[in-house]
Design a protein around this ligand. Sequence first.
Ligand code: GLC
Length: 533
Amino acid sequence: MDDVKDTWWKQGIIYQIYPRSFQDSNGDGIGDLRGVLQRLDYLRWLGVRSLWLSPVYPSPNADFGYDISDYVNIDPVFGTLADFDALVDAVHARDMKLIMDLVPNHTSDQHPWFLESRSSRDNPKRDWYIWKDAREDGGYPNNWLSAFGGSAWEWDEKTGQFYYHAFDKAQPDLNWRNLEVQRAMFDVMRFWLDRGVDGFRVDVMWHLIKDEQFRDNPVNPDYQPHMSTFHQLLPLYSTDQPEVHDIVRKMRDVLETYDDRMIIGEIYLPIQQLVTYYGVDLKGVHLPFNFQLIVLPWDSMTISSSLVAYEAALPPQAWPNWVLSNHDKPRITSRVGIEQAAVAAMLLLTLRGTITLYYGDETGMRDVAVPVEQMVDPRGRNMPDKNLGRDPQRTPMQWDDSPKAGFTTGEPWLPIDRVSPQRNVAVQMDDPGSLLSLYRRLIYLRQKEKALMAGDVIPVYSDHQLISFVRAADETRFLIVLNLTHRPCYFKAETESFRGTTEVCTAGALEGTSVEGTIALEGDMGMIIRLEA
Ligand code: GLC
């Protein structure tokens, strides 16, 4: 537990910024790096330690930054390399850390590497991407599907072959079996590490290596019509190949030549496969993103058993992590409702491991209904089911009650929630009963108390309404009791009688009161109780 004290990425909370939507500094309606810089003091006030910036590299924006046309520069819409350096300095001056998004699986189709690769079959960069002949009948090389709809293969008229794209056709996949590709991307990592970034969040890490024989993926027997068409097949051969771990290890080796840096891997896999990304001897990624609280239904029995299963699956000494929302999934407030969002915050911030917060969740920002004609996300635009679009969870941060929510003086690139005059940072900062104030109290308590930051987690009891567990270190013990439903319920410990004082409660007025024996909880109530020794 002691190494936690000295390890920033174990200790501190990560805050994800979607840069287009955080703060605009020049009135063009799109957030930028100077905007982030202006808001650093807010983030410090909130108590977070590190920032993860979704991509800010030059991009034609087929997938809003996740299609990169130059890995060693900043998109003019976000600013310049000098702005980036200023941001790194300002972050470090506040004893904070900066994590860059790294997108190594695919480039933009406008990246010079791909332009070369597609220029002729014998171009030296041809093998940097994944090119295949058509089948004899002219069909696709195999049945693999794109996560953004349709086949993952795109025909190139000029050179008479297909190229592979796991996502949009404007995002051709790199061939990570090619050593030159590996070297080029490791150089990219060094470029940013030399500039002072403290870590990377690596995009779609489990996609990096594909089956060498490009075998057809099997049909998914559990496919339901409401799912994305991508789930018609099980991505058995297109993702999570054993050789991916060699690549992860090499990325880690690059990092190890610097002091105190880290990698988070974006990996959507079942727990047993997920934890293999910690690597042999924990020399894989430092944190394979644990998306359980995002993908599981908000049901107390399901969540409590997944907490136990996750802890049990962790390799010895591996450090856990938790996250509630991100730019790809519906926001927590929209999934569970604004009242329950407070309970979700308490769950998140009392679990063991590194916590990642998604910008705006701390104020209860919700998914915004974006009119179809304003839809920009390729996943929404390309898929028959418009509900798969991700614009709703990417709308501008709600800073204050002004018409543009303090985000911009211009026209915002996505609509601002109509409730922003009531639900914003400024109004909640001064209100001790607000969600933002609750987040801050939770963050401060967690950062102050070793038991919450790093202590053991001991499940106590859960049923179809509540989850409870104890966090303990040395002599300090906290009992956390959470009602995951809107109906009142009782907590009664079966094996031990607890007595203590409510330290944080979703109903702030109850903080400081003593509790003992059976506790009556209101609907949507959660409490952290400091137990008597
Ligand atoms: C990751 C990103 C997502 C992007 C995709 C393709 O899942 O989080 O936003 O569309 O990769 O790069």
